[in-house]
Design a protein around this ligand. Structure first.
Ligand code: PLP
Length: 430
């Protein structure tokens, strides 16, 4: 496969942009090799700067649920474009997108649009702290909620450790207000509440984890979190940035019947443009400025192009009654094909999937939390990844990410992916 143009662009980019990329995982750091510079995309396919074609299993890390360059989304953005790109004033499109979002989440009465998932979770935390008058938050090891200081904290050594920043530049004092529990382990959360019964403003979680690879919550864990947060007067923040509008019309909240206090969105809600949002009942969201004392603002928030892409995406979802069925069926087809191929090649893997999110862990143990995810063989993954890439399948470039399918992936596309993966597994086993 010719990659000279990508390599030249990467060399230029590295002289200009830290690591040559504007978001770290794009640099192929954990798998090595040259990141492909993408020139264009349509449906389930990407083309790189050298003209190579790939079947895409990344979907821009989640937003592209309809596939790339969906004609309705393009038309909506083009129409918005003609009217001007930003006004810094309210617009009808913001109202229309707010209606579409809130109608899907009956527990939410108000929504505020921001520009990224990071802004959404960061702002939801501020609301939780403002509304409860408490400072401490609980997150789960291996859950990623964007790069705000308070959330760049993970437990290197398992559950119940106080925050150790997982990035330089995060003040120790900030990390200390973030407690880390273990996913799917209710006692680890209870212990934190028992130690700090009146300090914890909120528990934030990924309702299906995508960011240590796909990890599925047990129903007891979800129900227990709701009960514990209630018992101690803390809020439950459900980070639906990956799962919202993807696992069901009403995301994981609908799929699992969750009772969230605050919900965060991103990715699909912007149809591929930079959008995030957070929402909840009026009594919480009315703390947000200008009504309340929790300040949050944005020059480009509610941007007309981004709102147009979001509205079009949610409209198409609504007009496609078999969307979630098809996504489920196609991703199950991929899961089964990958499982069989790995077995035939004698490569031990654990496949975790919910709806159209899927991870192949290179381990034969069940993966239920950060520790078990960490036991995946990253070197084997890296080799498998490059065998796939060479065969025209663009898989997430990290052992700890979710692959995402779209409605544009056909049965034949999945067969082609499975055929490439089969060869990749056999190449590994050689
Ligand atoms: N929350 C979750 C669950 C995410 O997966 C991500 C990004 O991957 C974020 C928050 C941050 O979103 P963004 O990258 O748009 O800032």
């Amino acid at each position: 496969m010719e990659t000279r143009t990508s390599a030249a662009l990467f060399a230029r980019a590295q002289r200009l942009i830290p690591g040559g990329v504007n978001s770290p995982v794009r640099a192929f750091g954990s798998v090595g090799g040259t990141p492909r510079f993408i020139a264009r995309a349509r449906g389930a396919r990407l083309w790189d700067a050298d003209g190579n074609e790939y079947l895409d299993a990344v979907g821009s890390w989640g937003p592209m649920i309809l596939g790339h360059a969906h004609p309705r989304v393009l038309a909506a953005v083009e129409a918005a474009l003609q009217g001007g790109t930003s006004f810094g004033a309210p617009t009808e499109r913001e109202v229309r997108l707010a209606e579409r979002v809130l109608e899907r989440y009956p527990g939410c009465e108000r929504v505020r649009f921001v520009n990224s998932g990071t802004e959404a979770t960061m702002s939801a935390l501020r609301v939780a702290r403002g509304a409860t008058g408490r400072d401490v938050i609980v997150k789960f090891a291996g859950n990623y909620h964007g790069h705000a200081d308070a959330l760049l904290v993970a437990a290197g050594s398992g559950a119940m450790t106080t925050g150790v920043p997982s990035s330089a530049g995060v003040p120790k004092s900030t990390a200390e207000t973030t407690l880390v529990a273990r996913y799917n382990d209710l006692p680890s959360v209870r212990a934190l509440f028992e130690a700090r019964p009146r300090d914890i403003a909120a528990v934030i979680l990924e309702p299906v984890v995508g960011n240590m690879g796909v990890v599925v919550p047990t129903p007891e864990f979800l129900a227990g979190l709701r009960a514990l947060t209630r018992e101690y007067g803390a809020l439950l923040i459900v980070d639906e940035v990956m799962t919202g509008f993807r696992l069901a019309r009403g995301g994981a909240v609908e799929r699992f019947g969750l009772d969230a206090d605050l919900v965060c969105w991103g990715k699909v809600i912007g149809g591929g443009l930079p959008v995030g949002a957070y929402g909840g009942p009026a009594h919480l969201m009315d703390h947000v400025s200008p009504l309340g004392k929790v300040y949050q603002a944005g020059t480009l928030s509610g941007n007309p192009l981004a709102m147009a892409a979001g509205i079009a995406t949610l409209e198409v979802i609504d007009e496609t009654p078999d969307l979630y069925e098809v996504l489920e069926a196609r991703t199950a087809q991929l899961e089964q094909g990958l499982r069989r191929a790995a077995q035939d090649a004698g490569v031990p893997v654990t496949l975790n999937r919910v709806g159209s999110m899927l991870t192949v862990f290179f381990t034969d143990e069940p993966v239920v939390d950060f520790e078990s995810a960490s036991r995946t063989d990253t070197a084997a993954f890296g080799r498998w990844f490059h065998h796939l890439l060479a065969r025209g399948v663009y898989w997430p470039a990290s052992a700890f990410e979710a692959a995402f399918l779209s409605y544009a992936h056909t049965e034949a596309d999945i067969q082609a992916m499975v055929a490439a993966a089969r060869e990749a597994f056999f190449a590994l086993a050689e």
